[in-house]
Design a protein around this ligand. Structure first.
Ligand SMILES: Cc1ncc(COP(=O)(O)O)c(C=O)c1O
Length: 414
């Protein structure tokens, strides 16, 4: 009989903590003090944000980078730069963070939810065409958990239907699709540098693009509508002050130096976990490599849990038991986005064009069965855990295997 579960008073598989996040050292300290002492804290006078924008765009294989205050604003500005008009529809997946769809509402558009693929939880290209109407203007594929969406197929549909593609790369710093980094594979890409992200300055975001025209519009929108070569009090476009500070720029440049090595470690550990966890009955890692994704950024290590194989124990009981063994694990997005009150009850205020163009749009009737299932089956392990050693990964496998062996006891876990 396997040893008693830690959640029931047994000995933990592991007591050592996993790597802490964020990580910072002398480089970050020096950079922050340098900016502090320079007295130039804003990016309109300084060069730290500009340096970071150029370095990150280059790292992600993009021509332009416009750093902003967060990854929600970057989505909204990218939508605005795409020329979206009141009531235009934007196709989004429902298995994602709020911002992917709320940014559409903020940009005065109407989000249209399209289901995800059961093996990757990324937007399913087979389901996109059926959702396109004469009002559709854009698609926002999310590279969910850090695994690139099926970009060739999404772009083929978008080019045929004249739609803009904005990649939501909030989870995907360093991820590759067919060997190319994500972000400017579509028309624009949006990243977040919020605290949990694989590259962070506490808050922050960036828009990437290879397109000179939309990049110039994003730059204008994030800087109070000013235009290149214009004056301080010359405002041409409906923008605001969404600029990043020099402190963030300097910090992110230091973090960027660490990113590539971290990305390689996460990717290798994720592949290792895929192999090991697939050997445990009732657990199914996500598919990798079937749809053009090459390097996985593993903002999240995600796998599917089958309660039937675990004697009917809930996913929540499973995650609690694994966490109690010393391996932090959680269930992720609890419901598809369209079930959030914002959408289900259309709490859009006066801000959206859906009233005039799609008054019949009723999110309470939307059903994306694969996403519904994903919200019940997915288990997440966060990115910093994947920065551990091979022995640290073996502890994950041991914790999960122990919970499986004790599955009969799990039913009583609340
Ligand atoms: C998929 C996705 N898109 C967008 C965002 C928004 O980023 P931010 O929190 O920086 O506004 C997040 C943040 O968690 C995210 O996970």
């Amino acid at each position: 009989m396997a040893s008693k579960l830690a959640i029931q008073g047994g000995t933990k598989v592991r007591t050592k903590p996993y790597p802490k996040w964020p990580m910072a050292g002398k480089e970050e300290e020096d950079a922050l003090i340098r900016v502090l002492r320079s007295g130039t804290w804003g990016c309109t006078q300084g060069s730290e944000v500009g340096k970071f924008e150029a370095a990150f765009a280059k790292y992600q294989d993009a021509k332009h980078g416009i750093a902003v205050v967060n990854g929600t604003v970057s989505l909204r500005l990218a939508l605005m730069a795409s020329g979206i008009q009141a009531g235009d529809e934007v196709i989004v997946p429902p298995y994602t963070f709020l911002a992917t769809a709320s940014s559409v509402v903020e940009a005065n558009g109407t989000p249209v939810f399209v289901d995800i693929h059961p093996d990757t939880y990324n937007l399913d290209p087979d389901k996109i065409e059926a959702a396109i109407t004469p009002r559709t203007r854009a698609i926002i594929p999310v590279h969910v958990a850090g695994l690139a969406a099926d970009m060739d197929r999404i772009l083929a549909i978008a080019r045929r239907r004249n739609l803009t593609v904005i990649e939501d790369c909030a989870h995907a710093h360093g991820a590759t699709y067919k060997g190319r980094k994500v972000g400017a594979i579509g028309d624009m890409g949006s990243f977040s540098f919020q605290s949990s992200k694989n590259l962070t300055s506490g808050e922050g975001g960036i828009i990437l693009s290879d397109n000179d025209t939309v990049a110039a519009m994003c730059r204008s929108l994030h800087n109070c509508g000013r235009v290149e070569g214009g004056t301080w009090y010359g405002h041409r476009n409906p923008g605001g002050n969404y600029r990043m500070t020099e402190f963030q720029g300097a910090l992110l440049s230091c973090q960027l130096v660490r990113l590539e090595e971290q990305a390689v470690t996460r990717d290798a550990n994720g592949l290792y976990l895929d192999k090991k966890l697939a050997e445990i009955p009732g657990l199914q890692p996500m598919a990798r490599g079937r749809f053009g994704e090459t390097r996985h950024a593993y903002h999240l290590y995600m796998f599917r849990y089958d309660p039937d194989t675990f004697g009917g124990a809930t996913r929540e009981a499973f995650c609690k038991a694994v966490s109690a063994e010393g391996v932090p694990c959680c269930g992720g997005y609890p419901v598809p986005l369209y079930r959030q009150p914002l959408f289900a009850e259309k709490h859009f205020g006066p801000f959206t064009g859906y009233r005039s163009t799609r008054p019949e749009m009723d999110y309470a009737n939307v059903s994306c069965p694969v996403c519904e299932q994903a919200c019940k089956a997915a288990c997440w392990i966060t990115q910093s855990v994947l920065l551990g050693s091979r022995a640290d990964m073996d502890d994950i496998v041991a914790a999960v295997a122990k919970v499986y062996e004790n599955r009969a006891e799990l039913a009583s876990v609340r």
